[in-house]
Design a protein around this ligand. Structure first.
Ligand code: CUA
Length: 355
């Protein structure tokens, strides 16, 4: 049971992961983030142990050393201050907390900054299960990824706030309704790992468990081909749905071939720096496109009139995701393009490799 909680379950068809790599405090390391996270953890841990022991020992010593020994015995005068001592006990903790902040902040920035060749997977939390959708439309209740490949998770929720947590990878990120949260990881060892919900979300919160299957080289493509065979071609890539939606709902104002129209063209929009009518420019990501669909007046593209109607209540979350995937595709920067081309019988390796 403890092994299950701490995040690693071996099965017969996968090579067993080297046992005993976890410690009393942490599960085994299975992602590129794990060493840095563990270093930070143990730095804070040992600093805390050191000061706990130091303060406790001094406390006991002073209680005994400065106790009042007898009735009528003269007491020592009240101490005022000691500049050298006060500077020392301020400067040393200051240095320590600055080091802690640096390690923590650097790690936080690292997990939020995926390499450009990362493979996208949409993660949806709902009461009470997880689902994982690949850009070619394959959806599964378990997360399957290739070893040694950066994977970018785009998290959504269809009801309340959940939190996707894979202890062995040292990643945790909230899935919040109404926005896309992102995190990435690169698994370093094939095997199966526990993923769970880390945000109390209702009565069956504790059942919101699933597995992350990290495939050895070549096996992920085999799994993907089988997954597509199971659906018998019934899987539709979100980008294909997005193309139809854009043609029906957006094409009168937004071109997809770079031509100017009432609104900016969708071609090349993805990941581009957008000049705004007011405020500093921003990069067009999932949240910007989503906001522009639902609240068109929030951030107006410089050079265009604020005339777009809102699509709030007219487009569902998965339709907005489909439009975003299509914009990525026609922007030519979709690192996941490989997955939309992947057909049963002709597996292709993922583009992603170690950055
Ligand atoms: Cu979902 Cu807790």
């Amino acid at each position: 049971m403890l092994t299950l909680l701490l995040g690693q379950i071996n099965t017969a068809d996968l090579p067993p992961v080297a046992p005993g790599k976890g410690t009393f405090w942490k599960p085994m390391d299975a992602s590129t983030f794990a060493p840095a996270v563990d270093t930070t953890f143990y730095f804070i841990y040992w600093v805390s142990v050191f000061f706990f022991v130091l303060i406790t020992v001094l406390l006991v010593y002073f209680v005994i050393r400065y106790r009042r020994r007898a009735e009528g015995e003269p007491t020592s005068g009240a101490a005022t201050h000691n500049t050298a001592l006060e500077i020392t006990w301020s400067a040393i903790p200051l240095v320590l907390v600055v080091v802690m902040f640096y390690l923590g902040f650097k790690g936080y920035i690292d997990v939020l900054t995926p390499p450009a060749n990362a493979m996208d997977v949409y993660v949806t939390g709902q009461k009470w299960s997880w689902s994982f959708t690949y850009p070619n439309g394959v959806t599964d209740t378990e997360l399957h990824v290739p070893v040694g490949t950066p994977v970018r998770l785009i998290l959504q929720s269809s009801d309340v706030i959940h939190s996707f947590y894979v202890p062995a990878f040292r990643i945790k990120r909230d899935a919040v309704p109404g926005r896309y949260n992102k995190i990435w990881f690169e698994a370093t060892q094939p095997g199966e790992y526990l993923a769970l919900c880390a945000e109390y979300c209702g009565t069956s919160h504790s059942d919101m468990l699933t597995r992350v299957v990290v495939h050895p080289p070549g096996m992920f493509e085999k799994w993907m081909t089988e997954a597509m065979d199971v659906t018998k071609g019934g899987t539709v890539a979100p980008a294909v749905v997005g193309r139809q939606l854009v043609a029906r709902r957006c094409a009168s104002c937004h071109s997809v071939d770079g031509k100017a129209n009432v609104g900016p063209t969708f071609q090349g929009l993805w990941n581009r720096e957008i000049p705004l009518k007011t405020g500093p420019p921003l990069v067009a990501d999932e949240n910007y496109i989503r906001e522009s669909i639902l609240y068109p007046m929030a951030k107006i593209h410089a050079g265009y009139d604020p005339v777009m109607p809102t699509f709030k209540g007219q487009l569902k979350d998965n339709e907005i995701t489909a439009i975003i995937e299509y914009i990525k595709e026609i922007s030519g920067v979709a690192p996941a393009a490989t997955w939309t081309e992947l057909q049963p019988g002709e597996p292709k390796p993922p583009q992603g490799t170690t950055p």
